[in-house]
Design a protein around this ligand. Structure first.
Ligand code: FAD
Length: 470
């Protein structure tokens, strides 16, 4: 029996990968995307210009045959480059060597590459088509374009990858209880730009960067790192772009001091950056314009009790589990969704109800776990990366990993460099964290810690880490 055609709503990062994977497996795929075609109109991203790609994301791209096309346009990030308040920097490596790194990728380039791949595989994508509502009795989507012209489309199976503000989710919620909850973080973000070194007026630059500019160097800071300026309750980060610029993101509380409410004018923004992120100021020529002109992005976590409606509709990616961006895993986890769903549908192409239920059963515990870990990581990044206890715990964690290979594996490693299910990474990470806290209590250096005493406990409570990914 021929598989039923599938309609996808939203051709962002997750929708375009899903369309590619399903079309490559022979499914008849129709996609409706609200925005105009970015390959003609330019990419209207609206948020985060670049993203960190990790192993889970690469796995999806590999399966779609896109790894070789993407790799040359990504920038390797070996670790966190911490900028202290005095402008001193220190690189904290993510892994053991350059095989354990993450990659900065441009959202627009990634999206357009996947749109090309989806079409090449046979998917039909309709742009400028915004889903307004679904008539569930007749399984009809009602769509609207920019010029207000309307169309309808009959679809027995609808997959919603239309992002955190999903219109499909809103339509589903009219006929079933989804148990939707959005926990606002109370912090938001602003993007600013450090241009390529050649594009920064040399009169602004310190002498060493003027010389670097004269030598024709492309980047104003170390390119192979994710830069962090941790400042307690808030922080800036910067990710490199392949042409030499960096996208800087300021994360700040919505209220209080300092906050998006208190830093409200051009003069406030300059004074705030000069006080807290002084080494960035010569590098951001349009600081005031960026700060006042760029939109403020809201942050929070979306939880749903239920992701699907009978065999008719399923939500995936941010539409079902949007998370805060501090582990750099929203897209990566969405790509994992796409891979898992493509595999389940391929195995049972004519039983969407069973596939959707199984997809939710497998993915929801993992989505819940990464949501929690992403929240934890905000506190770690903005507040802990330069604190003495944290650094001792990190050093001890590395030592225990070397003493117990395949058993003690840092949580960051499991999340970022493996495809071990997030839920397992979370559980094992909690156990390891408890042991670390107990071992460093009252200690200031590794030499004071009784490592031999910890060994038997570790073997007792931590089994070997699963090698299989799911
Ligand atoms: P989206 O990317 O939001 O795509 C949804 C698509 O649906 C869009 O194309 C939209 O136009 C379309 N659409 C919306 N409504 C409709 C409608 N009614 N009808 C038709 N189409 C519609 N993740 C990482 O893995 N690494 C990172 O480093 C990272 N950094 C981030 C930094 C920031 C500041 C933010 C905010 C997020 C970050 N993320 C990161 C998360 C990542 O951006 C999301 O998880 C990812 O974009 C989700 O993809 P998606 O396709 O589910 O949703």
């Amino acid at each position: 029996m021929k598989a039923a055609p599938i309609t996808i709503v939203g051709a962002g990062l997750v929708g375009s990968l899903l369309a590619t994977l399903l079309a490559q497996r022979g499914f008849e795929i129709t996609v409706f995307e609200r925005r105009p075609d970015p390959r003609k109109a330019g990419f209207l991203g609206g948020r985060s210009i670049n993203l960190a790609l990790a192993e889970r994301g690469w796995h999806g791209l590999r399966l779609a045959g896109l790894q070789d096309r993407m790799r040359p346009i990504t920038v390797m990030m070996r670790g966190r480059m911490i900028h202290d308040i005095d402008g001193r920097t220190n690189l904290q490596r993510y892994g053991r060597d350059d095989s354990e790194v993450i990659w900065s990728v441009n959202r627009g380039t990634l999206n357009t590459t996947m749109l090309d791949a989806a079409e090449a595989a046979g998917a039909v994508i309709h742009f400028d088509q915004r889903l307004e509502s679904v008539d569930w009795k007749t399984s009809t989507l009602h769509l609207c374009s920019e010029d207000e012209s309307r169309r309808s489309h009959q679809a027995d199976i609808i997959l919603g990858s239309d992002g955190a503000g999903s219109a499909l989710r809103a339509s589903m919620a009219q006929v079933i209880g989804l148990g939707e909850r959005f926990d606002s973080l109370g912090h938001s973000y602003k993007e600013l730009e450090i241009p390529a070194l050649a594009d920064i007026p040399s009169s602004r630059l310190p002498a060493d960067l003027r010389e670097a500019q004269a030598r024709g160097e492309r980047f104003a800071m170390e390119p192979n790192a994710l830069h962090i300026w941790p400042r307690g309750n808030y922080m800036c980060i910067a990710l490199p772009n392949s042409e030499g610029s960096f996208t800087v993101t300021l994360f700040l509380p919505n209220e209080g001091e300092p906050s998006l409410a208190s830093v409200s004018s051009a003069a406030d923004a300059r004074a705030f950056f000069e006080r807290d992120f002084a080494d960035t100021v010569p590098l951001i020529p349009d600081l005031e314009k960026d700060y006042l002109g760029n939109p403020t992005g809201l942050l929070g976590t979306l939880y749903l009790d239920r992701w699907h409606f009978e065999g008719k509709a399923l939500l995936i990616g941010d539409a079902s589990h949007a998370i805060v961006p501090f582990h750099g895993q929203g897209m990566n986890s969405g790509f994992e969704d796409a891979v898992e769903l493509a595999e389940l549908l391929t195995a049972s192409p004519n039983d969407s109800a069973a596939v959707f239920a199984e997809f939710e059963r497998r993915r929801k515990p993992n989505a819940d776990a990464i949501a929690e870990m992403a929240l934890d990581n905000y506190i770690e990044m903005r507040d802990r990366v330069d604190d003495a206890d944290y650094l001792l715990m990190r050093e001890l964690g590395h030592t225990l990993a070397a003493r117990h290979p395949g058993r003690w594996v840092p949580r960051y490693w499991m999340v970022t460099f493996s495809r071990i299910p997030y839920a397992i990474a979370y559980q094992r990470g909690e156990i390891q964290q408890r042991i670390l806290r107990e071992l460093i209590a009252g200690k200031t250096s590794l030499a004071e810690i009784n490592l031999d005493g910890a060994d038997s406990r570790i073997v007792e409570v931590l089994g070997p880490v699963p090698t299989q990914e799911s």
